[in-house]
Each structure stands twice: as structure tokens, then as C-alpha cells.
Design a protein around this ligand. Structure first.
Ligand code: HEC
Length: 188
């Protein structure tokens, strides 16, 4: 009971802080309008994203490929999935959808900054996120046909980017075999 009570209080405090923040914003925006006699847009200071402290090579092997294989392997079972299986598909689709944005930010690998500066790179990263969102939707609606379409779109996004950018051997030498093979395939 005690932790629950605590959480509720924390939430309440958060909401009231947000309320104060909104009130301050509204007041200063109003002051701007009154002073200038025109509607002004308050300048927004964009926070710099944090540096990505690991390499794209490492994220590919430990996160992106791993999440994608949960989607592909469930799809390849070619049968109705039960609720916990759909939830796994949803879970890893969420990871993969977020990972698309993550790999557009950079990384600690030697080639990462150059790759993410390319418009084509962003297009493939976006395509990967979009395919993952599709498989997330398939999981939510338990739609096997949509899962198949999403799995295909996902392959296209990986292969398209690999054809365009992936060097013959990993820049940091990180690979499934022998490094992370036990995390790779689930069912196949
Ligand atoms: C936006 C571009 C891009 C997308 C999208 C992408 N990759 Fe990659 N991937 C790369 C690059 C570039 C490398 C090489 C990284 C390095 O060597 O530093 C790589 C490396 C890898 C590696 C390790 C390299 C190896 O030779 O073993 C795996 C595994 C991998 N990707 C899987 C995937 C999978 C699965 C998907 C799709 C779900 C995917 N990637 C989507 C660009 C991409």
C-alpha cells in the first residue's frame, strides 16, 4: 500500500508542476502579444540529442537484428499466434520502431557519423521504423496477413540499407557468430 500511495502523490505533483509551467508559458506569451501588438511565437531552444555512446555495428547485432528476428520467426511459424506470442511481436516491434530513430542519430563507430549524414540512410532507417510500426499494428489487431506484409517490408529496409552502406566486414568486428549467436534465432 505504501509504495502505491507514494506513486499517486508523485503523479499528482508532476501534474501540478506541469500546470504551473503551462501557466507561465501562457502569461509570457500573452505579455509578448500585448507588448508588440502582434502574435509572436515564443523562441524554442531545442535541446541537443545526447551522443549515442555505442556503435551502429553493436546496435545492429544486439538490438536491431534481435528484435527483427522475433518478428520474422513468429511470422515464419505460419500459424495462429497465441496472446503471449502476439505480445512478444508487439514488444520487439516497439523496440525496432524506436531503433530506426536511434540509428539516425549517430554512434561511436568509425563510420557512423558519415552514414547518418546521408539522406538515403535516413530514408532506410525510416522505412525500418515504418515496417516495425506495421508489425506492431499487426500484433495489436492479431492480423497474420499484416504481419506477413510487415515482415517483407522489414527485410526490404534491412537489405536496401545494407546494399547501400554495409561494408564487407563489420567496422568493429562485432558479429552474431561467434559473439551473440545464442540470442539470434528463437524458433528456426
Ligand atoms: C539505415 C541503414 C541500415 C538499416 C535500416 C539496417 N542496417 Fe544493419 N547494418 C547497417 C550498416 C551500415 C552495418 C555495418 C555496421 C558496421 O560495420 O559498422 C550493418 C550491420 C548489420 C549487422 C552486423 C554486421 C554483420 O556483418 O554481421 C547485422 C546483423 C544487421 N546489420 C542486421 C540488420 C537487420 C536485421 C536490419 C533490419 C531489421 C538492419 N540491419 C537494418 C545499416 C543498416
Amino acid at each position: 500500500m505504501v509504495p502505491l500511495h507514494f506513486t499517486c502523490r508523485g503523479k499528482h505533483m508532476f501534474i501540478s508542476k506541469l500546470g504551473v509551467y503551462r501557466a507561465v508559458l501562457t502569461t509570457s506569451a500573452l505579455a509578448g502579444v500585448l507588448a508588440l501588438g502582434v502574435a509572436v511565437t515564443a523562441p524554442v531552444t531545442a535541446a541537443e540529442p545526447l551522443d549515442v555512446p555505442v556503435s551502429i555495428n553493436a546496435l545492429m547485432v544486439t538490438m536491431i537484428d534481435h528484435s527483427a528476428h522475433h518478428i520474422w520467426d513468429h511470422q515464419a511459424m505460419n500459424r495462429t499466434l497465441d496472446d503471449p506470442e502476439w505480445q512478444l511481436v508487439e514488444y520487439f516491434s516497439i523496440q525496432l520502431a524506436g531503433a530506426g530513430s536511434l540509428i539516425s542519430l549517430g554512434g561511436s563507430g568509425p563510420a557512423d557519423a558519415g552514414w547518418v549524414a546521408s539522406e538515403q540512410w535516413r530514408t532506410f532507417a525510416q522505412a525500418m521504423s515504418n515496417a516495425a510500426l506495421m508489425s506492431m499494428e499487426a500484433a495489436k489487431t492479431k492480423n497474420l496477413e499484416l504481419l506477413g506484409t510487415a515482415a517483407d517490408a522489414l527485410v526490404d529496409s534491412c537489405e536496401g540499407c545494407h546494399d547501400a552502406f554495409k561494408p564487407a566486414s563489420p567496422t568493429e568486428g562485432i558479429m552474431h557468430l561467434p559473439d551473440y549467436d545464442h540470442l539470434y534465432h528463437l524458433f528456426l
